[in-house]
Design a protein around this ligand. Structure first.
Ligand code: 13P
Length: 340
């Protein structure tokens, strides 16, 4: 029963041309983004912002699933409707971020390990009872001088795999997110090399932990150079490097790959996703979709700025970004969409 449900949910999350919306920023991360725009960093402001997102008209046309922060799973709209119900009524599958964040990895200066496995089985049971049908865990890999180390890659891959197995046991689809960060001056080739090594380690651990690949979604970074790298490739070069890397490392049984945006400009994230689908869609075993946070939310957040009167315009901007990415899944996105 649970096994069937997992397969159905995983398929539904990447069906057609829809994708995921990550709206699971932790309180500190959300506060940081609010502070940059002078938005009050309060519980109520965060609740109101999440209400703005989930009540965006027609969002379900573009978004198959939304990843919530735990607090949001318990919250309601101003008129008293649970956020989870708003999503379900919009045809959007509720998901939940379940990791407890990244800490410094002992003995590995500059590297991180994601925590949160203790007590996870019990938490997952609760989340499933509250309506969540999928989950997310993010591992962070920092490129730098002599890093990532094998120790860091293996530790994060194993945690991702143990999380994924627990999710499937609880009837939730694990979104497995190993993120190679964009900060730094590493080249495109170096990002490709690290991403491939990380993905190979992750899939080895998923195999060892007996995770059903048909019942998971991979959420990787696109293969891009560091933000401070002097050689910045064009959109097609990023599409080629990313797909080349994924073909080497991701088994065909995985139903879908939903990229994180990682701090790329919103329109560039759409253009790169589009280029991958234009060039490769018909030849790939898995769907190439999106699971963006910043690349969908940022323009809307900048319009909202905490003011109720800005909600309709912010929702329009949010829908626009979700729509651009839906169109990019079909390989039909053009820059003209940004000026319409
Ligand atoms: P970004 O798209 O902003 O990278 O966020 C994706 C995400 O869910 C990070 O865990």
């Amino acid at each position: 029963m649970k096994a069937r449900a997992i397969l159905d949910t995983a398929k539904a999350l990447v069906a057609g041309d829809k994708g995921l919306l990550a709206m699971d920023e932790s309180i500190p991360t959300c506060n940081r983004r609010f502070a940059a725009l002078d938005i009050p960093q309060t519980d109520e402001a965060r609740r109101a912002y999440r209400e703005l997102i989930v009540t965006t008209p027609n969002l379900g046309e573009c978004i198959s699933g939304a990843i919530l922060y735990e607090q949001t799973l318990h919250q309601e709209t101003r008129s008293g409707i649970p956020i989870v119900k708003v999503l379900i009524d919009a045809g959007i599958i509720p998901g939940i971020k379940v990791d407890a964040g990244a800490r410094d990895l002992a003995g590995h200066p500059g590297e991180k390990i994601t925590e949160g496995l203790d007590g996870l089985r019990e938490r997952l049971t609760q989340y499933a009872q509250m309506g969540a049908r999928f989950a997310k865990w993010r591992a962070i890999i920092v490129p730098g001088d002599g890093i990532p180390s094998r120790g860091c890659i293996e530790a994060n891959a194993q945690a991702l795999a143990r999380y994924a197995a627990l999710c499937q046991e609880a009837g939730l689809v694990p979104v497995v997110e190993p993120e190679v960060l964009m900060e730094g001056d590493h080249t495109l080739a170096r990002c490709a090399q690290i991403t491939e090594e990380v993905l190979r380690a992750v899939f080895e651990q998923l195999y060892l932990q007996r995770v059903t690949l048909e019942g998971m979604i991979l959420k990787p970074n696109m293969v891009v150079p560091g933000l401070a790298c002097s050689a910045q490739p064009n959109v097609d070069e990023v599409a080629d490097a990313t797909v080349k890397c994924l073909v080497q490392a991701v088994p065909a049984a995985v139903p879908g790959i939903a990229f994180l945006s990682g701090g790329q400009p919103s329109d560039l994230a759409s253009a790169r996703l589009n280029a991958m689908n234009v060039r490769f869609k018909s030849r790939l075993p898995w769907a190439l979709a999106f699971s963006f946070a910043r690349a969908i939310q940022q323009p809307a957040l900048e319009i909202w700025r905490g003011e109720a009167s800005n909600v309709p315009a912010a929702q329009q901007a949010l829908f626009h970004r979700a729509d651009c990415n839906r169109v990019a899944r079909r390989g039909e996105y053009t820059a003209a969409m940004e000026n319409a």
